[in-house]
Design a protein around this ligand. Structure first.
Ligand code: MRU
Length: 351
């Protein structure tokens, strides 16, 4: 894998016993880190979208789980399965659509329960809480580091596929939302693949859709690509179709928050419309995600819970009201049916 793909951006870091989250609400105007000390504050930050993007949410939740258990130990209380389940529920509730969140907390819970069971099998009177914390810390770090490796693998796999499928001197690419370093533990998924193509000298232009209403495309993707000196042009979401019609796009690549057994993929609201337009204009539409985004417990996309976010995201901008005070519908995600997706790039296979 590409060792030169060094990152200039990271959405989160662990400093002693605090989780620092790059406040993505304020980017790119202000670079500020939010400090979380326990599971409650991590859950709150995920809800408020200080940290966002499916894999990054999962990683933050893994550290949040560790901090939750640490709080119990610091308070001199006993760590019990019921308390561990409470921590998981608290974190899982923060955002419902990205499955990476409950995937990560399930792994953390399993580690903790295994440790407790091991201690009781060894007839230890008192479980060694510090040892448990160390196990959980290491587990969270491995979830984090593992995601970085997966990002590289899927990005190279996807780039190879695209180049083999249709070799062009350079590609004009469209993406939606932010599926970059800011959204993962590594180089990103959609932006990871774009980084790999850029490294190979194959990117002519990335068209970043603004991504109403939270503006992940305008604020985060444009910022991230510009920082890496990857050519980027910002467009309003409503311009996407006309660029396809004018044959200005070679392929579209997006991330995912949950992929069901049949290959339907939930992603940021607006993704579905791009896929419909792509199909009409015969433009390849690709999804790229780690296997932690695959939810085999759900057969098809209409079973995915879609987050409905606060009306203020549409009625206000930076706290200033700019819309008439009417009812708002603010679905945060939509589902692209498998028949609109040419291929899904995972870290270990292309489907
Ligand atoms: O609401 P967000 O910003 O968390 O939504 C993020 C997306 O929809 C991303 O495309 C998805 O999580 C993939 S991130 C690698």
């Amino acid at each position: 894998v590409s060792k030169e793909l060094k990152l200039k951006i990271t959405p989160l870091k662990m400093k002693r016993d605090r989780l620092l989250l790059l406040n993505q609400i304020l980017l790119p105007r202000v670079v500020e880190w939010v400090e979380c000390f326990d599971a409650e504050s991590v859950s709150d930050s995920i809800k408020k979208m200080h940290v966002r993007g499916a894999p990054a949410i999962g990683i933050a939740a893994a550290y949040g789980f560790y901090l939750g258990v640490k709080k119990i130990v610091d308070n001199g209380e006993k760590v019990t399965p019921a308390k561990l389940n409470n921590i998981k529920t608290k974190l899982d509730k923060a955002r419902p659509t990205a499955v990476n969140l409950s995937w990560a907390t399930s792994l953390m819970l399993e580690s903790a329960l295994n440790y407790i069971e091991k201690s009781s099998l060894q007839n230890k009177k008192d479980m060694n809480s510090l040892q448990l914390l160390m196990e959980l810390y290491n587990k969270a770090v491995s979830i984090h580091e593992d995601d970085a490796v997966r990002c590289l693998q899927m990005s190279e796999r996807g780039a190879d596929y695209i180049v083999k499928k249709r070799s062009l001197k350079k590609y004009r690419i469209m993406t939606h939302c932010n599926a970059g370093a800011l959204a993962t533990g590594g180089i990103g998924t959609a932006l990871g693949l774009i980084r790999v193509l850029q490294q190979r000298g194959l990117v002519e232009m990335v068209y970043s859709c603004e991504t109403r209403p939270y503006l992940q495309g305008a604020r985060l993707t444009a910022y991230e690509l510009d920082k890496e000196k990857i050519p980027v042009t910002l467009i309003a979401d409503s311009m996407a179709a006309v660029l396809m019609q004018k044959k200005m796009i070679d392929f579209i690549i997006v991330g995912a928050d949950r992929i069901t057994k049949n290959g339907d993929a939930a992603n940021k609201i607006g993704t579905y419309s791009h896929s419909v337009n792509a199909k009409l204009h015969k433009i390849p539409f690709y999804v790229i995600a780690p296997k932690s985004t695959l939810d085999n417990s759900i057969t098809k996309g209409d079973e995915i819970i879609i987050e409905n976010r606060d009306s203020s995201e549409l009625l206000e901008f930076n706290g200033v009201a700019h819309a008439a005070k009417v009812k708002v519908l603010n679905y945060s995600f939509d589902v692209t049916p498998r028949e609109n997706i040419e291929a899904i790039f995972f870290e270990d296979e292309v489907i």
